[in-house]
Design a protein around this ligand. Sequence first.
Ligand code: UDP
Length: 435
Amino acid sequence: MATVSTPPPTRVAMLSFHTSPLAALGGSKAGGMNIYVRRIAERLAAAGALVDVFTRRDDPNAAEIVELAPGARLVRVSAGPPDQLDVADLFLGLDRFVEGVEAFLRAEGGAYDLVHSHYWLSVAAGKRLAANWDVPHLAMFHTLGEVKLRARASEHEPAMRLEAERELVHSVDRIVVATEHERQLLRQLFRVDRERVAVIPPGVDLQQFQPRDRAEARRELGLPEDGRVLLAVGRIEPLKGFDILVRALADMTEGEGVTLIILGGDERAATEFARLTAIAEEVGVSSRLLFPGATPHDRVATYYNAADVAVVPSFYESFGLVALEAMASGLPVVASRVGGLTSTIADGRTGYLISWRCPEPFAEKLDLLLSNDALRAALGSSAVKSVARYDWAMVAASLLDLYEEVLSQRAGDSDEDSGESRPGDRSVVTTEGTG
Ligand code: UDP
């Protein structure tokens, strides 16, 4: 009888150097990327891969190894002082991080088939690990410094990041991006070939984010049951454009009974909180503005359920998970016409896309939605339908296909070099039997 061996699992070293997938969300360094790394690690493992996510230890008391899901582990590597560090210090810790990952592997034994790194600092580490292990390297930058600078003139990005990204985009086997738009940017800014860039949009957890009773959600959060609620969610930083939204609230004709909730931000966002508070005072909306601060992800779901409309006024979003979560929760989304938001929101069908980074057009669309219950309900229900295609399990399946592609390409290349096949190749074994 002929038997076919099951292929060995793909062993992935995933790098999330500067921020952990288990970090509290909504602070200055933890948002969409943390969710992304966690969800794909879990789903890749559910699909049969073995995933170790390496992150820099930033808390001396945290465990070294944590199981994220069967087959997926978080490994904390000591690299520099176990505190929150700024980018320049983090960059200095890269050597020790690379050594720490290698030491972990030496102690455990075994090998990884590929490196998958997130954000430029991890890509810099991944470049060295992939070269040392002679395995393919896939990278997801999440944002690029150059793109942020173009989106908002007063953004500051360290020169070392800009230089590193310019070089790193050419050092990897594949770059994974969330949208076709990002693939074009890589071509325009850095002349990266289309074939080296894979477009794989992220997902949204449709169990966690779904329409639920508004009155009950408001009771749970201690919000008044009457009146309208506008919701914005994200790290509190200028690039998110929350100042535009605060000014839009003052410009709205329907604004009187409206509460604006801006969710996210910790003590490190004090300057931006102060700026937003001063603007609210200047335009006379302080009493209608709430800042609940960084909020656990589960509770964010309740805020979407309590709201009438979600707003994403960002200067740039490479993807914008918040828009997807809001739509899955049944909310129409009024958002800037930038980056990934243009691929998730259908203008006039699931929300509105605003081409100008100024308050008036936001105020106009928010007035329109708040004054028309039927319109809001229609856009909200189209929004729910439109996000059904964003499934984390499908993201993992697309990534596994991509892994397979780069691994066979690498095996093909080394066959040509040596005339031999790669050790551990996923060969199909058949044995002669009695049948
Ligand atoms: N988030 C959260 N709590 C907060 C603020 C944000 O859980 O207090 C989550 C939010 O639900 C979303 C993510 O952080 O999943 C932000 O992702 P997005 O892609 O919108 O923005 P990014 O952080 O990537 O700029």
